[in-house]
Design a protein around this ligand. Structure first.
Ligand SMILES: Cc1cc2nc3c(=O)[nH]c(=O)nc-3n(C[C@H](O)[C@H](O)[C@H](O)COP(=O)(O)OP(=O)(O)OC[C@H]3O[C@@H](n4cnc5c(N)ncnc54)[C@H](O)[C@@H]3O)c2cc1C
Length: 445
């Protein structure tokens, strides 16, 4: 049976590892952390259909939620906007519970896991990724699955001709601070449960305050790494506005980052496939990187199983690339486009949009959920044209939304260049167009 190496025990890599090990493949995972440190100390929300999709057992006692979001504008004079209750339910789960569940399934399926063993770089032989360099030595496999997350040293050190390596630029990543606080005694909860504080203009970031039964969850997101002072200032501001938050810290307090850019244009090379955050598989604006990493892990396992001669060349792995883009990647790219638009607005313009009523709470809800694709169909384009007409009094807003409409058309054309089959020249053409498009709409600081 083929020898599979998974670099990083990320969600996507583990799902792929479990599915392959269950069929008798020899699977080894190299993970930089020790087992007890795995998983962030927080609760996450991700798509409800994830375990059905990957066809693996879910942890027991899964909690389902419907998060109704409230947008809180930076100008106090503008009333917060509570979006309609979303149609889709989601799973809410402790990160450590999820990762330990996947690790247990992996161990039971026969996956060998080396903890405390960081991967340093790929081993390249000719045109092929043949193995990984680790502090325990070099290890060779028939395919190397890159599940090392956003800063993957594999992706970052691939030769240029593979077209995979991509420099992370401004606005590709959101830097986070997250902590849970106790509630203040005898202070009632606010009327809204999940508040997104659109406090700053698009180039800065946002925060959230989620009021749970036993604690309050605060997330601060910025487009550049926030200093400790900046975090403290924001925490102070939040606690003034939300008196039900006490100063007693429960857990968290970690700084991290989330990709909020389009997925990698090419996910595979001879002997290599990227999955999860290492390939930027989140939905910018919405998140849900856990679900997309796990689903992509299952897609990759399907492609690997189909390659019966075990060569795992880019040609054979291209099925995975196409399926990922059709099911997830194109939508992720469209959301990246929208996120880019946000970075062009000033705080005042964001307030003007919220105040104007041009975008209804239903429109905003579609943007924040999986329904965004409706904006990219013919009906969506007509809707945007109608919104632009309504902006006639605000020339700057009108111009920015007109740019958005043009970008939507250009992206739709770019998507058609994704080749059906792997051909080096066609793939090169696709990735150049794809990267060029996203570079052309990038706001520079
Ligand atoms: C504050 C915060 C909140 C979030 N909330 C949500 C949410 O509610 N819902 C959601 O769906 N997503 C959420 N995300 C995003 C989510 O965490 C990621 O999209 C998801 O974890 C990606 O999974 P992955 O499979 O790529 O692996 P990752 O979770 O990125 O894991 C990568 C693994 O590789 C290991 N590793 C890294 N480098 C090396 C190396 N050199 N050698 C060996 N191992 C290595 C790491 O230790 C880790 O175990 C959040 C992220 C943050 C930071």
């Amino acid at each position: 049976m083929a020898k599979i190496i998974v670099a990083g025990a990320g969600h996507g890599g583990l799902v792929c590892a479990i599915k392959l090990a269950r069929l008798g493949y020899s699977v080894t995972v190299f993970e930089k952390s020790q087992k007890s440190d795995m998983g962030l100390p927080q609760q996450d929300v991700f798509d409800k259909d994830t375990f059905t999709y990957i066809d693996l057992p879910a942890p027991k006692n899964i909690t389902i939620c419907k998060n109704q979001l409230t947008l809180v504008p930076s100008e106090n004079a503008i009333a917060p906007l509570t979006l309609p209750q979303p149609e889709d339910e989601a799973i809410v789960m402790e990160r450590k519970t999820l990762i330990n569940h996947l690790l247990t399934l992996a161990e039971k399926s026969g996956v060998q896991i080396h903890y405390n063993c960081p991967v340093v770089e790929p081993v390249i032989l000719g045109s092929r990724v043949a193995g990984v360099k680790t502090f325990e030595g070099d290890f060779y496999g028939d395919i190397i699955i890159d599940a090392c997350g956003i800063d993957s040293p594999l992706r970052n050190n691939l030769p240029k001709f593979m077209n995979i390596n991509r420099e992370i630029k401004d606005f590709d990543v959101i830097y986070t601070y997250r902590a849970h606080f106790e509630k203040a005694p005898d202070v009632p909860d606010p009327d809204t449960y999940y508040d997104i504080l659109a406090k700053e203009d698009g180039t800065v970031g946002f925060s959230w305050v989620v009021t749970e039964e036993d604690f309050v969850d605060i997330l601060i997101c910025r487009f550049s790494p926030p200093s400790q002072e900046e975090v403290l200032t924001e925490l102070r501001k939040i606690s003034e506005e939300y008196p039900h938050i006490s100063k007693s810290f429960i857990r968290g307090g970690q700084y991290d980052k989330i990709p909020v850019c389009q997925p990698l244009g090419v996910l595979v090379a001879d002997g290599y496939a990227a999955v999860g955050d290492s390939a930027f598989m989140t939905y910018p604006v919405k998140g849900s990187g856990i679900s997309y990493a796990m689903k992509a892990g299952a897609m990759l396992a399907d492609t690997i199983i189909k390659d019966s001669d075990h060569l795992f060349n880019a040609e054979a792995l291209w099925d995975y690339q196409r399926r990922f883009f059709k099911e997830i990647g194109f939508t992720a790219g469209r959301l990246a486009l929208l996120k880019n638009l946000l970075t062009y607005f000033t705080a005042q313009e964001i307030n003007d949009i919220l105040k104007s009523g041009i975008f209804t709470t239903e429109d905003l809800s579609q943007i924040m959920t999986n329904k965004l694709d409706t904006f990219f169909g013919a009906a969506g384009r007509a809707l945007i044209r109608d919104k632009i007409r309504q902006m006639r009094e605000n020339v700057i807003l009108k111009e920015k939304f007109s740019d958005f409409a043009v970008w939507m058309g250009r992206l739709a054309v770019t998507e058609t260049y994704l080749p059906n089959k792997y051909d080096r020249k066609d793939v090169q053409k696709w990735v150049e167009r794809y990267n060029e498009f996203f570079n052309s709409i990038r706001k520079t600081v």
